[in-house]
Design a protein around this ligand. Structure first.
Ligand code: NDP
Length: 292
């Protein structure tokens, strides 16, 4: 049976540490770090992510603001809100919850966020810096994944890492972070031939696909570190016999946990760490502004 890498427990201890740091920062600089989250429309999943972010900010004691814009807000209006926040000295981090409605160009919106306030690390300037190995804001989910791997005590250097998924927000940046730590990295995707054999070679396996329980025990090398990024809602029958739904990852936890050395659960794995890294990135942006 594998050891669980508990994202909730790890997040909580990191957030407790942040509480103390924020008290010190306020004493030293006369204000707390401030995160602004913008939500457009009322997509229930986006709403729940945004609520989690604002709650986490309150928990660590940083300032936060939620800007709520209607579904039919114009792109121009959203860009002008971002411009205003870019110019606001009391704001350290700006996050626009994705996805945006179809009439708004997401690239334009991401590009409009000031590089030094881009707490998601999605701005092309931050992406370029990440790939050039320069100091930058590292995207939250990949950053959290690396912290989780590091808690296992396993030395990433020289290990074979397989990342399944090549999105700009998870797959590619996590592959780069593993490469930076001297892993030998393979990025697999929907056209990869014999995915099972590729995965079974991995000492570190990161699944960021969005397909429920796709990674099964036969795809896991005995003793491997398995990081499950997927968040998939599947139908289930509730205790009272009525239809409901539950969250599962991209990894078939039941079977894979019998083979892996370490594994993250869903829920309670990568998800909480992503939010915690958002808090860390906001603090980092605050500190850079103070010239630290
Ligand atoms: P995307 O849909 O952007 O990317 C999915 C990737 O999976 C693509 O590269 C795709 O390949 C690949 N893929 C799809 N089907 C297969 C297959 N059968 N075999 C191999 N590869 C396949 O997803 P994201 O990266 O945004 O998210 C992935 C998952 O992680 C989702 O469940 C999402 O909800 C979750 N997530 C969780 C977060 C958290 O905090 N826990 C944060 C962000 C995402 P191709 O490029 O060839 O199409």
């Amino acid at each position: 049976m594998s050891t669980i890498i508990d994202g909730k427990v790890l997040s909580l201890s990191l957030k407790e540490e942040m509480k103390g740091r924020i008290v010190e920062l306020e004493k030293r600089y006369g204000r707390k770090p401030c995160l602004v989250v913008i939500i457009v429309g009322d997509n229930p999943a986006s709403r729940s992510y945004v609520t989690g972010k604002i709650k986490a900010a309150a928990f660590v004691g940083m300032d936060s603001r939620l800007v709520e814009l209607p579904e039919d807000v114009s792109e121009e209006k959203l860009l002008s809100v971002i411009d205003g926040l870019n110019a606001d000295d009391a704001v350290d981090g700006i996050l626009v919850q994705l996805p945006l409605p179809a009439h708004i160009n997401e690239d334009k919106v991401i590009d409009a966020i000031a590089l030094e306030k881009d707490v998601d690390g999605f701005h092309p300037g931050n992406v370029a810096k990440l790939w050039l190995g320069r100091p930058c804001i590292v995207p939250c989910t990949p950053k959290g994944i690396i912290k989780m791997i590091e808690t296992t005590g396993i030395d990433i250097s020289g290990k074979k890492a397989v990342v399944v998924g090549r999105s700009n927000i998870v797959g590619k940046p996590v592959a780069k972070l593993l490469l930076d730590r001297n892993a030998t990295v393979t990025i697999a995707h929907s056209r990869t031939k014999d995915l099972a054999a590729v995965c079974a070679e991995a000492d570190i396996l990161v699944a960021a696909v969005g397909r429920p329980c796709m990674v099964t025990a036969d795809m896991v090398k005995p003793g491997a570190v398995v990081i499950d990024v997927g968040i998939n809602r599947i139908p289930c029958v509730k205790e009272d016999g009525t239809p409901g739904s539950r969250l599962v990852g991209d990894v078939d936890y039941e079977s894979a946990s019998k083979v892996a050395g370490f594994i993250t659960p869903v829920p309670g794995g990568v998800g909480p760490m992503t939010i915690t890294m958002l808090m860390e990135n906001t603090i980092e942006c605050f500190l850079r502004k103070q010239g630290c």
